[in-house]
Design a binder for this molecule. Structure first.
Ligand code: AMP
Ligand code: TRP
Length: 325
């Protein structure tokens, strides 16, 4: 039997090249070897205020992006989180075994709550429990995500182990898959921060649907470090970041990239990176336009059916273990 993968992204903002290189690219690469579940996590999206009409549209747009990136509905189960009620139901059960202290330690809550915990939504606080429910419902072996999700994965493992200990062996304890290169693509404007959908400074992120002109401008304006050498020096995060994006988009090895830019300047790196990015995104953007709403709906409905049958089996066991039926 194939091992299982579960992962997901939120249908908010615009997906950027960091989401692609840190997550989606690996989802596509792993879908043959694993039985894969890829979710559009709209329940997570409403932990921050969303306009319902926009959210509905963004949900379908994200499905288009999954498909254009190469997720294949014949090989992977692609579905919308709110179509499978077991996610919300297991979240409640896990909420009752999770502890305030362990959630208070989650750095993403501190970041997204902007330090104002009095005003933050309770859902934003309990968000990692919903993520744990997503993963544990599918008896997942591997969770491919970017570096920023590592802490949430540790909580997921802790909750699974605690439940198994207290109520009997029920959940598989999942492993994270964080890629060795690309797990933390940085902002082009501030390399002390990750590239982010919610960055106030849109120039910091290359969005997957940016046009050629915008991409080129953003890369040309990217901040650089002092010095002139082009290499993967940890102390020069801006250049290292540009070179990492170049490496992943061209499929070259790190050594090949460094050798390629020996004796060349930052201008050359930016020019070639802009070209590689535009070339990479052009066919991707063409593919995004191919899927109409009806065919998407069909894929997502089929996905929800398949996901539900797995999720409801796990939930049934959980309810039995809890003494609910
Ligand atoms: P999100 O859009 O926040 O739902 O994230 C979707 C996936 O992209 C998650 O697996 C994140 O860890 C990953 N991701 C988000 N930002 C970055 C980044 N700057 N670099 C690498 N991976 C990222
Ligand atoms: N929390 C993840 C993010 O913001 C998205 C997510 C929700 C997820 N549920 C998940 C990722 C389950 C992996 C597995 O990126």
């Amino acid at each position: 039997m194939k091992k299982r993968i579960f992962s997901g992204a939120q249908p908010t903002g615009e997906l950027h090249i960091g989401n692609y290189l840190g997550a989606l690219k690996n989802w596509v690469a792993l879908q043959d070897k694993y039985e894969s579940f890829y979710c559009i996590v709209n329940l997570h999206a409403v932990t921050l205020p969303q306009d319902p009409k926009t959210l509905r549209q963004k949900t379908l747009d994200l499905a288009r992006i999954y498909l254009a990136a190469g997720l294949d509905p014949e090989r992977s189960t692609i579905f919308i989180q709110s179509d499978v009620p077991a996610h919300a139901e297991l979240t409640w059960v896990l909420s009752c075994i999770a502890r305030m202290g362990e959630l208070e330690r989650m750095t993403q809550f501190k970041d997204k709550g902007k330090g104002n915990t009095e005003r933050a939504g309770v859902g934003l606080f309990t968000y990692p429990i919903l993520m744990a429910a997503d993963i544990l419902l599918y008896q997942t072996d591997l969770v491919p995500v970017g570096q920023d999700q590592k802490q949430h994965l540790e909580l997921t493992r802790d909750l699974a182990e605690r439940f198994n200990r207290d109520f009997g062996e029920t959940f598989k304890v999942p492993e994270p898959y964080i890629p060795p290169v690309g797990a933390n693509i940085l902002s082009l404007q501030d390399p002390t921060k990750k590239m982010s959908k919610s960055d106030e400074n849109a120039a910091g992120a290359i969005f997957l649907l940016d046009d050629a002109d915008t991409i080129t401008k953003k890369i040309k304006r990217a901040v650089t470090d002092s010095g002139t050498e082009i290499n993967f020096d940890e102390n020069r995060p801006a250049i290292r970041n540009l070179l990492t994006i170049y490496q992943l988009l061209t499929g070259k090895t790190a050594d090949e990239c460094v050798a390629h830019f020996v004796g060349k300047g930052y201008g050359q790196l930016k020019g070639e990176l802009a070209e590689a990015t535009v070339e990479f995104l052009r066919p991707f953007q063409e593919r995004v336009k191919q899927y109409d709403d009806d065919s998407l709906r069909k894929i997502l409905d089929d996905g929800a059916d398949k996901a539900s049958s797995v999720a409801s089996t796990t939930l049934k066991t959980v309810y039995e273990r809890m003494g609910f039926n």
